[in-house]
Design a protein. Structure first.
Lengths: 239, 239
DNA sequence: GTCCGTCAAGAGCAGTGCTCTCGTTTCTCT
DNA sequence: AGAGAAACGAGAGCACTGCTCTTGACGGAC
């Protein structure tokens, strides 16, 4: 992001940014499969082979867009969480849920690129994972703090996690320190439930059935909050 | 499926089946984006233009594969449900969950085609919806029967559904007769949670974190069963 | 037995990702 | 400051895609 020393480096950074910008616009219109290096080049008044000076392949351009997408989503989630009172754990969870959904509704194709079918033959490089977990980190922190504050209700209806889950729980705990296995298990349920719902809504599984998805989504996420053991919201339901 | 009257009709049906078979094999290897009409034609010893006598466009071939996919998934779910004692509602739910997951793990690309990002520019024709809801119908019947038998526990931790959800609930009730709004809402949560989990597992969101997905999945689905109000399984946890 | 509809084949169009070469420009090192 | 190296844009070209159109042959119905 810093202005490069030489003029060449500055123009290179500028052109790289322009390529990704145009690519992101194309992605928003035609989806990942419709992203064409030649079309990007055409729109830039360049010849197609010149693009390869900046991105060695189409997949590399896609990777840049993916990392960018994870970052903007992560930022949105971080912002939503930061806007809530620290001790309103339920409100923070609901804010994260709405941030994810709003972000997805605003850029359906980008969401599909991140959380839909992986593009065939494409292997996500390691660079993506650090960006990919930004929202997960926020989520983990909420649960971690809620647990530490003793704000999490006992499991309630949920059965206890099997002993063989301990290994996976330990790995998840890296973003959710101090949380017992049972809560980790419920956390995975709620997290996959959030994205499962958004995917259903975006990919058309709710078509002609759920006509007021905003209402249903809010309620569904409050159900997940209850399953997580988060306290019932004191104020009238968020949104 | 009936043997057509004329020889021409029979050979046409035969060739159509061969095309979809080869296409499904290609789909399993390269994914939806890698499905090529020309490659199918090549494998059949045909010229590419001849395929268009049978499928007017690539999208139509894809549609045939999608409908086929929904049907095999629906059948698997129906079979799994039918194998359980009628009154073991929790067992039937868990059987449906495992049927969905097993089907998806066996054909990841086909699952991605059905429940992942919709292929860009592709609009699912109405023919698909009847096939698409086969599994949902089974799911609805389980909850409907469980509710009719009085086997569903009260909402427990879940907050009551908002009044504005009534319209959507009525539409969902078409596959879930007699079930009150609260249960309908929880049903949507569990259903999207099931597919959200499978998508996370298949699309790599659990990579390097959940290493024993089978165990975690079983527990997650038992959590959903509890949220649905299904009775705790009497026998040791299914699978 | 004719005749119309169906069929496979082939050429061709517009588009794609990607590679290679060829001058030119720009930076860097002496 | 000048020589060598690195980066760059342009262009041609390869192999591939979906799809269209035309041509000629075959098969079933009247």
């Amino acid at each position: 992001m810093n202005a490069g020393r030489t003029a060449r480096e500055r123009v290179r950074a500028e052109l790289t940014r322009e390529i990704t910008d145009i690519a992101r616009r194309q992605l928003a219109v035609d989806g990942a499969a419709g992203l064409s290096l030649r079309a990007v080049a055409r729109e830039m008044g360049m010849v197609s082979s010149a693009i390869y000076r900046y991105f060695p392949s189409r997949d590399d351009l896609l990777t840049a867009l993916i990392i960018d997408g994870y970052n903007t989503a992560g930022e949105a989630v971080e912002r939503a969480d930061a806007a809530c009172p620290r001790s309103d754990y339920t409100g923070r969870w609901l804010a994260v849920c709405h941030a994810v959904r709003d972000w997805a509704l605003a850029r359906p194709h980008e969401y599909a690129l991140l959380y839909g079918s992986p593009v065939p033959g494409y292997q996500a490089p390691m660079d993506t994972v650090t960006a990919a977990v930004r929202d997960t980190v926020v989520y983990g922190r909420i649960l971690s703090e809620a647990h530490a504050a003793g704000a999490l209700n006992p499991p309630g209806v949920c059965p206890p996690a099997p002993a063989s889950f301990a290994g996976d729980a330990a790995r998840v705990r890296e973003v959710m320190p101090g949380v017992p296995d049972d809560v980790v298990a419920r956390a995975l349920v709620a997290w996959s439930g959030l994205f499962g719902w958004v995917s259903f809504e975006l990919f058309g599984q709710f078509n002609a059935v759920v006509l007021d998805p905003a209402t249903a989504f809010g309620h569904a996420m409050r159900c997940h909050a209850a399953l997580l053991g988060l306290p019932a919201p004191a104020a009238p339901p968020h949104r």
